[in-house]
Design a protein around this ligand. Structure first.
Ligand code: 5GP
Length: 120
């Protein structure tokens, strides 16, 4: 599968569509989900063109992989939902059965309240 440069998150990265930004550095962008499922529902995406987690792990640099993972802890600390506070959930949908709608890798972060059952 080829990366679709016109997916919605690619447009957000290019600044063609606005987002409610939480955090940004050289490697990642994080913003609030447009249709929040919990009190806090944000997305974290790598800046590179990666379709999903498998594509990312197969082709991204070690630095990109480390920075993407570490950004979760940085962002949850910023939002005061880290393991030092009440905690949060990270979820990543991959492919058809995983329910992935946007073909640019993203982690969902849910928190700010009890997020409930793992899978419904
Ligand atoms: P997926 O099902 O691919 O894991 O999740 C895609 C997520 O992107 C959904 O939770 C959806 O609400 C969110 N989303 C889709 N379009 C936009 C958008 O234009 N802006 C923002 N901030 N979120 C979006």
């Amino acid at each position: 599968m080829k990366y679709d440069k016109n997916n919605i998150f690619a447009k957000i990265l290019r600044g063609e569509i606005p987002c409610n930004k939480v955090y940004e550095n050289e490697y990642v962008l994080s913003f609030y989900d447009i249709n929040p499922k919990k009190k806090i529902h944000i997305l974290v995406i790598p800046k590179g063109e990666y379709i999903d987690l498998d594509h990312f792990n197969a082709t991204a640099s070690e630095k990109e992989i480390i920075e993407f993972t570490k950004s979760i802890t940085h962002i949850t600390k910023m939002l005061k939902i880290s393991s030092n506070e009440n905690g949060y959930r990270v979820l990543t949908n991959i492919g058809k059965d995983g329910g992935q709608e946007v073909p640019h890798l993203h982690h969902h972060i849910f928190g700010g309240e009890a997020v409930g059952k793992m899978v419904v």
